[in-house]
Ligand binder design. Structure first.
Ligand code: NAD
Length: 270
């Protein structure tokens, strides 16, 4: 069996105090990476708890706060990574938010906030990581990349979502950001891929899985018959940042229990 080994690699995971980002940070650390747990200053106690959990399991992590939607904070984040860890090989662009409103009631602020974090934030962190990857010169053995980026997208990069136009637009943008960066950077041996989760049990969608009626309605959209766990997504990220996927770039791995397979056509009727 091919053992995934990230020994000696440094990985930045954004929005890692909670949900999917937390599970990704723990998974990458367990595979040997030194992990930078990024989240907002307001989530610092939760970031510290993730660092403590990684260290307790024998891994290595540090927490660095930054609002990834703000250019100066992202620049500072990468300065601190360079000072404290000396480099970076892996970025998991995970931080994301929802601000849901019917379109006629959606303020510009609600639109802008989601685009700033979910799309511009992914651009700013990708740019910072790519600059860092490109500082690493020299020959690379076949089967090894100079740097690896995984962007957290969503099934809503392709499935329209009424009442969530800002979110769906941000994830549609992430899809073409990933493909364009993958095309632009392949010759430099930088791989850029996406993971598109379906419904995963995290605080972002608590109402959808705590309310019994909402939960039943959600399960009707999932052919595999269960809501996903953050670890389901983390394992896909682990593969994409490892050398096991060295020939994969510009791809999206959909982790959704079949949600994007048009479940309403499952009976073959019509
Ligand atoms: P979550 O709310 O549990 O975690 C998101 C984390 O991002 C939080 O800790 C939050 O503080 C942090 N964050 C928010 N804004 C930030 C900013 N500006 N800078 C730094 N950190 C910030 O949500 P989650 O479900 O774990 O979501 C993680 C990613 O997965 C998001 O991009 C989301 O769109 C995506 N996703 C989630 C689901 C799902 O069902 N949970 C499905 C598809 C995609």
């Amino acid at each position: 069996m091919h053992r995934v080994d990230l020994d000696g690699e440094i990985a930045l995971v954004t929005g890692a105090a909670s949900g999917i980002g937390r599970a990704v940070a723990i998974e990458l650390a367990a595979a040997g990476a030194r992990v930078v747990v990024n989240d907002l200053d307001a989530a610092r106690s939760k970031s510290d708890a993730v660092v403590a959990e990684i260290e307790k399991a024998g891994g290595s992590a540090i927490a660095i706060d930054a609002d990834i939607g703000i250019e100066a904070e992202v620049d500072r984040l990468f300065d601190r990574i360079r000072e404290r860890l000396g480099g970076l090989q892996i970025l998991v662009n995970n931080a994301g938010i929802e601000r849901n409103h019917p379109i006629d009631e959606m303020s510009l602020a609600a639109w802008q906030q989601v685009i700033d974090v979910n799309l511009t934030g992914q651009f700013l962190c990708a740019r910072g990581a790519i600059r860092e990857f490109l500082r690493r010169r020299g020959e690379l053995p076949e089967g090894k990349a100079r740097g690896k980026i995984v962007c957290m997208s969503s099934v809503h990069q392709t499935i329209p979502w009424a009442g969530h136009a800002n979110y769906a637009a941000s994830k549609g943008g992430v899809m073409l950001l990933v493909k364009s960066l993958a095309q632009e950077l392949a010759a430099q041996r930088i791989r850029v891929n996406a993971v598109a989760p379906g419904a995963i049990r995290t605080p972002i969608n608590r109402a959808a899985w705590t309310d019994e009626t909402a939960r039943a309605a959600l399960l009707r959209l999932i052919p595999y018959g269960r809501i996903g766990a953050p670890e389901d997504v983390a394992r896909a990220v682990l593969w994409l940042v490892s050398d096991a996927s060295d020939y994969v770039t510009g791809a999206t791995i959909v982790v959704d229990g079949g949600m994007s397979l048009y479940p309403s056509f499952a009976t073959g009727a019509g």
